[in-house]
Design a protein around this ligand. Structure first.
Ligand SMILES: [Zn+2]
Length: 289
């Protein structure tokens, strides 16, 4: 799990690299541009249910412009595309449509492009990337060929990616909660060393993952994502252990008190700037898992 986590969490830096590598003219291709000829039933379904409905393009045919030239990726097999569309509809779009004030927020902040890749992205340094997003404009799902909502590890990976990336839009548009950076100011580790931390060390510092220690924006996104998808969030991250017999236990509880402050600040912020009650959204999501 820690290997998977590390791979997922390399996404932000890579995403920046990917987005900066695109020639400008490619970024200027109108999102709504579709090839009118040879539309399959799947393409028509996508056009009706995603492009027309949400102004969200679904890219499932492999096109080089969606990955960095130094990386290798494969397109999803055709039979995996429809189940993946159902997955993002059920676990990402529908919860936002169902929660109070969620539909307006979703429609106004939806990323313009969703990219499906069949497997992970193979990087030149031998690592794998399991999901990426670019500044709220595009979210890339990897390992679509393994689509199986009943496989918890696969499901949690995909939900971590999509909730994390979709939460970045909130601080990008509406800033971080007031004072968020001051809750655990000494815990941040920066770009060169976050991946040397263990989950335990991150928790003791007041963070849900090592990646969250990178900076306050990633801390915000990771906290939102884990709060929404992790059924054991409270046990792991907010409820203090009783009868501590060790310094580690005491320090975990100190970390949990910091995470409680973060969840409270984030929840108040969501309520204020989006009108969405994050706990209600979490309950809707958890009822589907
Ligand atoms: Zn991020």
């Amino acid at each position: 799990m820690s290997v998977t986590r590390l791979n997922i969490l390399m996404l932000a830096g890579l995403a920046l690299m990917i987005s900066s590598c695109f020639p400008t003219e490619e970024l200027n291709v109108p999102v709504k541009q579709v090839d009118e000829g040879n539309l399959t039933d799947l393409d028509i379904y996508i056009n009706n249910n995603f492009l027309e409905e949400f102004n969200m393009a679904i890219r499932y045919k492999y096109e080089d412009r969606f990955v960095d030239p130094n990386e290798k990726a494969i397109p999803p097999r055709l039979s995996a595309v429809m189940p993946m569309l159902d997955f993002i509809q059920d676990y990402w779009i529908d919860p936002y449509l169902e929660v109070n004030n969620g539909e307006v927020f979703f429609r106004n902040h939806v990323p313009a492009e969703i990219v499906f890749l069949g497997g992970p992205i193979y990087n030149v340094d031998g690592t794998l990337t399991l999901g990426t997003a670019d500044a709220g404009a595009r979210i890339t799902f990897t390992d679509v060929n393994s689509v199986n909502p009943d496989d918890e590890e696969w499901r949690d990976l995909q939900l971590n990616v999509v909730y994390h990336e979709f939460s970045h839009i909130v601080h990008q548009r509406y800033k971080l909660p007031s004072g968020f950076e001051t809750i655990s100011p000494n815990g941040y580790s920066g770009p060169g060393s976050w991946y040397t931390l263990t989950d335990e060390e991150a928790l003791q510092r007041g963070f849900v993952t090592p990646y969250a220690t990178l900076n306050p924006n990633e801390d915000f996104a990771e906290t939102v994502a884990f709060y929404l998808f992790d059924s054991e969030f409270a046990e792991k991250f907010t409820i203090a252990e009783t009868n501590c017999q060790s310094n580690d236990c005491e320090n975990r509880n100190i970390g949990r008190s910091l995470i409680r402050q973060k969840v409270s600040a984030i929840s108040n912020h969501y309520e204020k700037v989006t009108g969405i009650n994050l706990e209600s959204l979490r309950n809707i999501i958890q009822a589907k898992l």
